[in-house]
Design a protein around this ligand. Structure first.
Ligand SMILES: Nc1ncnc2c1ncn2[C@@H]1O[C@H](COP(=O)(O)OP(=O)(O)OP(=O)(O)O)[C@@H](O)[C@H]1O
Ligand SMILES: [Mg+2]
Length: 363
């Protein structure tokens, strides 16, 4: 609004005591430039030595960006050659890898069963993991086979076995059911998990994200570089309760590892899709939001003004400008100050971040 330049580095502001955490939420209606802003934050941060991780890109619009900065792209989808093994030890010993492996298996079980695991199923899972974890590279296929043995012994775990079988023989086969075809390059400036090949199947997306998050944990603990973790289209990812739970666990670790998370939504009522008010899932999602010291709001529909004001603690004056914001312009709300900021894209950025090409009549 003042016409002056605006600079944002969540780590610098955190160190200066301006922010209580480096996490950021970015909300705005379709096509207002949220992804373009996220990409600029990413690319410009890389220029100052930061790294960027995009743990799930359902539209496949980040690959060009990663390639342009010399980063790595992992493309997952039915029929594509890439496979990620969610049970990868990433150099850990068997004892050390046991806990993380059990957690990812629990999340995959809950996702494919579409409900929480029963205690007996947890036990079956643990027994199956114990049966295969002495192998050099245990896989999901081996877990499913071990579950089948366990099931015939005492009848427990049959539902779980059938649910997980979907990842081995069903429609999700070939993506997570063998040894990994790709190694995580921790030194890459940007790593993008391109999930556009998965299409509109939210189940498959959630499973891929859960497996990717197991990878992410290892990227987080290694190295000292500050890192942006960007959840573009977070509203889609947050429909899955086990995923929200894993995100929350990772956010707890974030501060210790110098991570700044960026959550991109359309509107705050996207959180309604996570669960009913008062439910555990909803509380988790609201916790993620509360853990974002910086709130960037792009244009909102008029029916969203009050919910947005309440959820983000805006003043009425701040609320009232939200319907008038032009593309690329947002309200940046930080604990002690707020700004209206227009995002200038450089010519190179504009060419790289364009998501409108399909809408135009090219000559
Ligand atoms: N600050 C800006 N200045 C000029 N053009 C911009 C700006 N921000 C975005 N654009 C253009 O607007 C188009 C849409 O932007 P973008 O994809 O970032 O929107 P979005 O908010 O992420 O949309 P969606 O909700 O569909 O994901 C892009 O083609 C981009 O090049
Ligand atoms: Mg976008």
């Amino acid at each position: 609004m003042t016409g002056g330049p605006f600079c944002f580095d969540p780590w610098a502001l955190y160190t200066a005591g301006e922010l209580t955490n480096p996490n950021t939420v970015l909300a705005g209606v379709i096509g207002q430039g949220k992804s373009a802003l996220a990409k600029s934050l990413a690319v410009r941060a890389i220029a100052t030595g930061r790294r960027v991780y995009v743990p799930g890109d359902p539209k496949g619009e980040w690959s060009f960006v990663a390639e342009a900065v010399g980063g790595a792209v992992v493309r997952l989808g039915p029929g594509l050659p890439t496979r990620l093994n969610p049970l990868d030890a990433h150099g850990m010993g068997t004892a050390e890898a046991h806990g993380p492996r059990l957690r990812i298996l629990g999340a995959l079980g809950a996702l494919t069963l579409r409900r929480e695991l029963r205690p007996s199923e947890h036990e079956a899972m643990e027994a199956s993991l114990a049966a295969v974890e002495s192998h050099p590279e245990p896989t999901l296929s081996e877990i499913v086979d071990a579950l089948a043995v366990h099931t015939t012994l005492d009848g427990e775990g049959r539902d779980l076995e059938y649910a997980l079988r979907r990842l081995v023989r069903g429609d999700l086969a070939g993506m997570f059911d063998g040894t990994s075809t790709q190694r995580l390059d921790r030194a890459a400036p940007m790593t993008v998990l391109d999930l556009s090949g998965i299409g509109s199947d939210d189940d498959a997306l959630a499973v891929a994200m859960a497996c990717a998050s197991a990878w992410l944990e290892h990227a987080l603990v290694a190295g000292s570089a500050k890192r942006w973790v960007i959840y573009d289209e977070a509203w889609r990812l947050m429909r899955s309760v086990p995923l929200v739970r894993r995100m929350q666990a990772q956010w707890k670790l974030s501060r210790a590892y110098g991570i700044a998370n960026l959550l991109v939504l359309h509107r705050l009522s996207d959180l309604d899709a996570v669960g009913r008010a008062g439910s555990e899932a909803r509380a988790l999602a609201e916790g993620l939001l509360a853990d974002c010291s910086t709130r960037i709001v792009y244009r909102q529909e008029s029916d969203q003004l009050e919910p947005t004001r309440r959820a983000l603690g805006l003043s009425t004056a701040e609320r009232d400008i939200l319907t008038t914001l032009p593309r690329g312009t947002g309200l940046w709300k930080m604990p002690r100050r707020s700004h209206v900021v227009h995002h200038h894209l450089t010519a190179a950025e504009l060419a790289l971040f364009d998501t409108d090409a399909a809408m135009r009549d090219e000559p």
